[in-house]
Design a protein around this ligand. Sequence first.
Ligand SMILES: Cc1cc2nc3c(=O)[nH]c(=O)nc-3n(C[C@H](O)[C@H](O)[C@H](O)COP(=O)(O)OP(=O)(O)OC[C@H]3O[C@@H](n4cnc5c(N)ncnc54)[C@H](O)[C@@H]3O)c2cc1C
Length: 630
Amino acid sequence: MNTEKESVVDSASPIDTSKMSAGQRAALELTEAARDAESSSRSFAAEIFLGRFHPARMHPFPAQSAEDRDQGDAFLHQLSRVLREQANPDEIDATGEIPQPVIDELAKIGAFGIKIPPQYGGLGLSQTNYERAAILLGSFCGNITALLSAHQSIGVPQPLIAFGTEEQKRKYLPRVAAGEISAFALTEPDAGSDPATIKTHAEPTPDGEHFLLNGEKLWCTNGVKAGVIVVMAQTPPKVVNGREKKQISAFIVEMDWPGVEVTHRCRFMGLKALYNAVVRFTDVRVPRENILLAEGKGLRVALTTLNTGRLTLPAACAGLSKRCLAITRKWANERVQWGAPIGKHAAIADKIARMSANIFAMESMVLFAASLVDHDKHADVRLEAAMCKLWASEKTLDIVNDAVQIRGGRGFETAASLEARGEKGIPLERYLRDARINTIFEGSSEIMRLFIAREALDPHVKLGAPMFNSQLAWSKRARAGAGASAFYAHWYPRQWLPFSAKIPRDFHPALARNLRRAARASRRLARALFHVMARFGPAIERRQILLARFVDIGTELFAIAATCSHAQSLSMAGDHHEIIPLADYFCGSAFLRIDQLFTALNRNLDRAGYALAQQTLSGELDWLECGILE
Ligand SMILES: Cc1cc2nc3c(=O)[nH]c(=O)nc-3n(C[C@H](O)[C@H](O)[C@H](O)COP(=O)(O)OP(=O)(O)OC[C@H]3O[C@@H](n4cnc5c(N)ncnc54)[C@H](O)[C@@H]3O)c2cc1C
């Protein structure tokens, strides 16, 4: 066991953990310690929660350079060719297998090393081009998207590029760039959303040169076919200021090492050809040099990997949504019922309008976030990526569901059945099955909202929480109180002043109007957040439904900013004359949602709902379950 002194016991967390259970405290402290130390307060999205809505920071909307676009186009051309000529998504779904020749062809064109720098054998394409590839893949085949995305967004390439030593990069990146499949193993049967509770452990050998890895990982995507994976495991705890602290480390593990075993291939309601595995480790000897970043930094590796990796999923969602729009447009024009094409009936038209607007917003958010990474490899995109993931995965589920509804009975029928009776095999039921997982993996919607709330509250937590932290000395708490008072005396009145937001002059009047309204909403959000912080203090962390509303308002405001900025740039370039009404419609629909969320801050059934849920859970309402068959 390592023993170490840190200057402040809970320096990683300003939150008072003294009244928590041991399990809660350990989980929170570990996760807090793994949070990226750099401040997120300067990111566009983080500023929204402080009442600072600055569209100028997103204007002009970041455009790809001609050179970057050309590089991306060349790859997308090859990718389209391979997908079109080699892959049949319905067959992949039906057989539950991606044919090896498809995987080989994808490897040949560099699809396993899209972002890996050329010196390590990859294509070295930008994040924007990677997202464009994800849009294309998402529109075509969920299974191939998952294979490539799990490999390079969360598998070995992403953490290795970010944290690997030069030696590790030279050893592994050329292999994974060439098509050796990789994976990311964090989840365990008892550790899902709460990765701090993993049990897989790695003990150093007496000579300290190796670790002996033991444990079991669940739902490891690509695990069945992987040659090399990143495994998160507990390593011996450290004693810091007399208290034992859990350590999690990230290891690069080769799947053919003795003691590594795939014990089960998991199958799901969608993504039928996912090569997803239960992987068991029994006394696997892992060389010390295969630790990523450093011993004890594994959760940081995992969470940071997911931060950027999370951008791929919303891009794939945008691709799938676009495909649904194409299907819907054709069908709603062709299908005549009650004397008119169904697209002329208001109930269907309403769905189509929402679909178009949300797709444009989704793509705008994703492209903006990708441009941040391209501009600065170390950019803090935690909030933007999480917002993209949360918003896109939920809206895509709505879009696919609406597309199924608009296709009526045909939306529910399988592609094979449609084809067998002479109609076009449109696989909307497959899309719905495949899209369902997006709000669960890579951070469930509930966890994304908690994550965004934690980051959004961070400036207030840093200022305010030490005052309430009974673990700190009184002198420290008093100093923190004085600092907080000084900040809020200046900041709070500003949230009431009717500033006219600094909207760049060249914005179209309709967009400028929406941005001014968004700036006002951002200040209202900041005030409301401050009020609940003042009311609940540190206990705010437990008010999940309340926090979720703040998160959703902030996310809608981010979507409005990206949409307006993107629309303005396209309009100035003379592209798409209908872009302003489209963006205006999106903003209007987002403001309707925002208004409802603000109203629900004060008028809701949160308490009653929680009490009812607890009653239900305790079995008091078990009579509701009568008359059923198990
Ligand atoms: C198809 C598939 C592929 C996957 N691929 C990988 C992979 O490659 N690598 C990997 O490591 N993992 C992978 N996973 C695991 C995935 O990331 C987890 O399923 C996810 O993290 C959720 O964990 P869980 O399913 O155990 O749900 P739980 O953590 O048990 O949560 C159940 C429900 O409770 C909610 N919940 C949990 N905690 C809270 C809280 N504090 N507040 C409010 N709500 C809460 C969750 O949002 C969820 O709705 C995969 C899973 C699937 C199904």
